[in-house]
Ligand binder design. Structure first.
Ligand code: NAG
Ligand code: NAG
Ligand code: NAG
Length: 404
């Protein structure tokens, strides 16, 4: 493993240095000379608007929510709304209205009754929440700047596909209106981007959670469509093995399993953390690998519905993680301390665990990243040495990809 990592680092270093030394940027391309680019940002980088209807009932402990005369019937910013988050009277309303709940009748996750939501600015990158320095890295802001510096124009050659990050693609055959809607819109966007750029196929770039949406989108699109419209897929910071953060969070709030489709889908996958691999959770009496996830969820107090949702909606997506059969490049960070094991020695999940850290990108353990080699296969694994888990800059490899 160490040698492998080392090799990847060496692979990447020359180009990183070249880039740092300031290779002169290529002249701005005319719009007709590039492949259009479509970006899918990571978790929390998309903006959501909401509208309350008469069906909205405030939580009992916050009766003030939705009580104002002008609060129902008009669209307002639900995410991200800093004013509301900082106001102690309004913050609980925001949390309540941001929830998604499972509707057994529809067999799907939806907003709480009385809350309608919509994703703002589909088609554009201008709505990505890259407005602060920290968020510029987190929400593809620097990549957008780098692309604009080489001549890309938002809405002409550069496009954004924000999505409802509270949701996740569900297993094929399970109703998932959020993902179905996203799929329709992204397909239309890709076709328009291509049409308006001389019929050239697009380069799709995803970061982190965006990878789940992009990969499922590609794998569920007809192969002929993919081949016609997708020149290249670049997947940054997504790994087929998932990550431990969601497990850790669910231990503290097991009831939330039925409200967090996004967390369920990123739980460590049996493909990478199955039998024969070091356990993800260690207790005196029993260890858990990803193949014991259902037992683990039950042990920490996740309601049976949550376990079923994991098994029927999320697990098949994890197990189906596969190469999208278009040219693909994976970009991942390494060298950042990353959660790889939780020790609850006494078997008391109310206690603070002893966390064992290992190599990774800060969220994805190295094993999850390395598995790209076997699961995505053929794809070129590249790795950044930058401390961040978020390699969203315009690397030379990426620049090359953009020119016909
Ligand atoms: C932020 O949230 C508050 C409370 O819900 C709302 O009144 C306000 O209009 C929101 N801001 C924007 C820009 O929509
Ligand atoms: C659990 O895993 C730890 C660390 O891999 C190992 O030392 C221990 O023997 C295992 N315990 C059980 C009960 O399997
Ligand atoms: C588990 O840990 C919590 C928090 O430290 C403690 O309050 C509780 O009594 C413990 N439960 C048992 C069964 O030891």
């Amino acid at each position: 493993m160490a040698t492998h990592l080392h090799r990847l680092l060496l692979l990447f270093l020359p180009s990183l240095l070249l880039f740092r030394r300031g290779t002169p940027p290529p002249p701005p391309p005319s719009p007709s000379a590039v492949y259009p680019v479509v970006l899918l940002p990571g978790n929390t980088c998309s903006q959501l608007e909401a509208r309350l209807t008469d069906a909205y009932e405030p939580p009992p402990e916050s009766p003030q929510c939705g009580a104002g005369s002008n609060e129902r019937g008009r669209w307002f910013r639900l995410w991200r709304n800093a004013t509301a988050m900082d106001d102690p009277a309004v913050a609980p309303c925001l949390s309540d209205q941001l929830r998604v709940v499972y509707d057994p009748a529809a067999r799907d996750f939806r907003n709480v009754p009385g809350v309608e939501t919509r994703v703002l600015g589909f088609g554009s990158t201008t709505g990505f929440l890259a407005d602060t320095e920290a968020n510029k890295d987190l929400c593809m802001g620097r990549l957008v700047e780098a692309l604009q510096q080489v001549g890309y124009r938002d809405g002409e050659t550069l496009f954004g596909a924000p999505y409802d990050f509270r949701q996740a693609p569900a297993a094929a055959g399970q109703p998932c209106r959020a993902f179905a809607r996203f799929t329709r819109r992204l397909r239309a966007l890709v076709e328009r981007a291509s049409r308006e750029n001389g019929g050239r196929p697009v380069v799709l770039v995803s970061h982190s959670q965006g990878g789940y949406f992009a990969l499922e989108f590609l794998n569920r699109s007809p192969l002929s469509w993919r081949r016609k419209y997708v020149k290249h897929y670049v997947m940054a910071s997504t790994g087929p093995g998932g990550l431990l953060l969601g497990m850790r969070n669910l231990v503290s709030a097991p009831d939330e399993a039925v409200e967090a489709p996004d967390a369920l889908v990123t739980l460590p996958s049996p493909t990478v953390f199955g039998p024969g691999t070091p356990p993800l959770v260690v207790t005196q009496d029993r260890n858990y690998t990803a193949s014991d996830m259902s037992e683990f969820l039950t042990a920490i107090g996740v309601p049976p519905l949550g376990v079923t949702l994991y098994e029927t909606r999320a697990l098949p997506v994890q197990l189906g993680f596969r190469a999208p059969v278009v040219p693909t490049t994976c970009i991942n960070g390494v060298g950042v301390s990353t959660m790889k094991q939780l020790v609850y020695w006494d078997g008391n999940f109310s206690e603070t665990p002893q966390v064992v850290y290992g190599d990774g990108d800060g969220l994805l353990p190295a094993a999850s990243i390395m598995a790209l080699d076997t699961v995505i296969g053929g794809a070129r694994g590249r790795s950044t040495t930058s401390l961040s888990s978020l390699p969203t800059r315009l690397t030379p490899a990426l620049s090359q990809m953009l020119r016909p």
